[in-house]
Design a protein around this ligand. Structure first.
Ligand SMILES: NC(=O)c1ccc[n+]([C@@H]2O[C@H](COP(=O)([O-])OP(=O)(O)OC[C@H]3O[C@@H](n4cnc5c(N)ncnc54)[C@H](O)[C@@H]3O)[C@@H](O)[C@H]2O)c1
Ligand SMILES: [Zn+2]
Length: 406
């Protein structure tokens, strides 16, 4: 036996700025120039097409930015606009186009791919950058709430394949992340709000104080108050980063997945609804489901459960989708949501591990799910959604929530 062991350290900054491609903003130039072994550094830029469409003159601005800092930066291929949303992860032709741009730009391992877009585009570009030359430096510029408060912070990328979410992907830390709040102004309301789901998620498993902040600020978030959103994004990003760097398992070698609270059902619902639901919308339902299950098991006290579904509804997110209740009489049916547990088990590597809540801010792992209790949880959420509370978020949930669940 020739035994071996080695460690690799990672470091990457997450910056918060405004107008990242403004000529007066030297941040991106500095991030690249201070680390590049070559001057100018070669780069290609891939942008979410919705961002190109909604931010007038963006491509010209990026070209102007690179021209301004021509001693340090050099664009080596035309800026590529790729379709935003889940489609970029569903159709491998988009991945091919990104690889092609990296190839046409003759990037080497010391060059840079700048990815500008929502979580889906960042996942696809990240995967392309991680696989071209076995890894090219990636700078993420997230443009949605969800990408800024969660997905761009992490070390994962990937695309969907064989009908499975994130089936192809790698663990590859970014080189740097730059959060520019100004991009968020053009988001549809559903993207503005659904991205808060991941902040609620990390608060539920780690930080009761943060949950109380979101609860308090929900009306301002609904009114699209940007400073309030910025605070939520910063705190969520910091909690996600602290987990990744401090949990001892950044590359998810064990089965425990705290940051995937609510996600087994969410991923299945995204598939069942053929991505009619955004990831954040599906996560809201998944969290409502696992919180209700935690409560029905006797773990999560009713006042905590009421607050959780209350926050989801105050953020104008649903706690139920019709697909959740389909085929429940045949648990082996591929379109039964409980099959999501099987997919999650396979993804984890054999042993199921699902996060539940003991209280707001305190999570624990279970390795088995009682299907009867899960089906009752679905029923509770269906009634809660039907009661209309989701459309009248100003009403206290307690007034519409079924009493005495347990
Ligand atoms: N890698 C990870 O660790 C991780 C974590 C969480 C989620 N994700 C993934 O992230 C994806 C969801 O990301 P998302 O919520 O950002 O959605 P998204 O990327 O699907 O974007 C939603 C829509 O907003 C558009 N858009 C992007 N920026 C915009 C802007 N500034 N203004 C207007 N429209 C804009 C997109 O084109 C798209 O149509 C899912 O695929 C999910 O699996 C990955
Ligand atoms: Zn998620």
């Amino acid at each position: 036996v020739i035994d071996q062991s080695f460690r690799v350290g990672f470091h990457y900054p997450v910056h918060f700025t405004r107008d990242v491609f403004g000529r007066a903003n030297a941040l991106l130039k500095t991030v690249v120039a201070t680390s590049s072994p070559r001057r100018p550094a070669d780069l290609v830029v891939v942008v979410d097409d919705a961002v190109v469409r909604l931010h007038d003159g963006l491509v010209d601005r990026i070209e102007g930015y690179v021209a301004e800092y021509r001693d340090d930066l050099r664009l080596t291929a035309r800026i590529l606009a790729v379709q935003g949303g889940e489609e970029v992860k569903n159709d491998q032709r988009h991945l091919d186009a990104i690889h092609r741009t990296i190839h046409d730009g003759a990037l080497c391992r010391h060059s840079y791919v700048i990815a500008v877009g929502g979580g889906a585009v960042l996942d696809a570009v990240g995967y392309a950058a991680a696989t071209a030359h076995r890894g090219i430096r990636l700078v993420r510029v997230p443009t949605t709430v969800l990408a800024q408060d969660d997905s761009a912070m992490g070390v994962k990328n990937g695309i969907n394949a064989f009908g499975k979410k994130n089936y192809l992907g790698t663990f590859a830390p970014p080189f740097a992340v730059i959060n520019d709040l100004e991009f968020l102004s053009t988001l549809q309301d559903r993207d503005w709000l659904s991205g808060v789901s991941e902040a609620v998620k990390v608060a539920l498993i780690k930080d009761a104080g943060f949950f109380a902040q979101i609860e308090r600020e929900a009306p301002r978030l609904v009114q699209r108050d940007a400073p309030t959103m910025e605070e939520v994004i910063r705190r969520s990003a910091a909690l996600h980063l602290a987990h990744i760097s401090g949990s001892g398992d950044p590359f998810e070698l064990t089965s425990s997945r705290p940051l995937d609270f609510g996600h087994w059902a969410a991923h299945k619902l995204e598939e069942l609804t053929r991505h009619r639901l955004r990831h954040g919308e599906a996560v809201a339902i998944g969290m409502a489901l696992d919180s209700t299950y935690s409560h029905l098991l006797g773990e999560l006290p009713e006042p905590d459960w009421t607050r959780i579904v209350g926050v989801i509804q105050a953020l104008r997110l649903s706690v139920f989708a019709p697909e959740l209740a389909e085929h429940l009489d045949d648990r082996a049916h591929p379109r039964c949501v409980l099959q999501g547990l099987e997919a999650f088990r396979e993804h984890l590597g054999g042993q199921l591990s699902v996060m539940l809540l003991r209280s707001i801010g305190r999570a624990f792992d279970v390795h088995e799910i009682d299907p009867g209790v899960m089906m009752r949880s679905i029923d509770v959420l269906e009634r809660l959604e039907a009661s209309g509370a989701a459309r009248r978020p100003e009403r206290a949930v307690a007034a519409s929530a079924p009493r005495g669940l347990s």
